[in-house]
Design a protein around this ligand. Structure first.
Ligand code: 13P
Length: 250
């Protein structure tokens, strides 16, 4: 059976008390850790990462961040350096999430730079791409996805490393709305994305994820998709029981 990756993007939803409750349930019902074909990663906010890392020693949950600076260190107020991510031994880091793109106005080039520095540090990037509803209605979805990937694809032509790379398709209109695209639309998009990476030297290390309103009611449909390796889950993932149902759904 192929390994399935579940990344919980806790965004700014979680609290210290919420983490304690989550970990308590995780400790007593260790189903998420029991299966070697299941990978569960938590993308926590920075103040929670350290807290979690203290509590998760010897656990099979993986830890990651929701964004990072493209710079190693220096005068960058409010940013979090790659060095700290390395020191915290994080496994992965999300870059280019649409909420960050919108809030902080990060350019494609900045996001590509973050992607590159993460790979240089052997931390798996989860690069988020996705179109807005207007762009979808204008029929430019594939063009937008290509534009968001272009610099990264160029860089990957000559990248020879072995770090796993995740590309998460998260249509902006599906995030937090309960609406997911039609299966045939998703399938067309994932075929398109796979074609784009197929000739790259590291193609076998590139995995695709779907994100946007993944929860207990939608996961059944989404698990039928071909060519994806897992899911990036927002709101539903802060609730241990919901996350467990998503992982266990067949
Ligand atoms: P929701 O699962 O809350 O729709 O969020 C998706 C997301 O943005 C994951 O990165």
């Amino acid at each position: 059976m192929k390994k399935t990756y579940y990344f919980a993007n806790w965004k700014m939803y979680q609290s210290f008390a919420g983490i304690d409750a989550f970990l308590m349930e995780y400790a007593t019902d260790n189903v998420l850790a029991a299966d070697a074909d299941v990978y569960v990663g938590i993308a926590a906010s920075y103040e929670h990462i350290y807290y979690l890392s203290q509590k998760l020693e010897n656990s099979s949950l993986y830890l990651g961040a929701q964004d990072c600076s493209q710079f190693l260190h220096g005068a960058y107020t409010g940013q979090v350096s790659l060095q700290s991510l390395m020191q915290m031994q994080l496994s992965f880091c999300i870059v280019g999430h649409s909420e960050v793109r919108q809030l902080l106005g990060q350019s494609y080039e900045t996001i590509a730079l973050k992607f590159k520095v993460l790979l240089a540090a052997n931390i798996s990037p989860i690069l988020c791409i996705g179109e807005t509803l207007v762009q979808k209605e204008d029929g430019v979805t594939l063009q937008i996805l290509y534009d968001q990937l272009e610099s990264v694809l160029e860089f990957l032509q000559s990248y020879q490393g072995t770090t796993k790379i995740f590309i998460a398709y998260e249509p902006v209109y599906a995030i937090g709305t309960g609406v997911i695209p039609e299966t045939h639309e998703l399938q067309e998009i994932f075929y398109f994305l796979q074609k784009l990476v197929k000739e790259l030297p590291v193609a076998k290390n590139i995995m695709f994820l779907y994100g946007g309103s993944v929860h207990t009611q939608t996961i059944g449909l989404l698990k039928n998709l071909e060519g994806i390796s897992g899911f990036l889950i927002g709101k539903a993932s802060i609730d241990f029981q919901a996350l467990k149902k998503i992982v266990e759904c067949e």
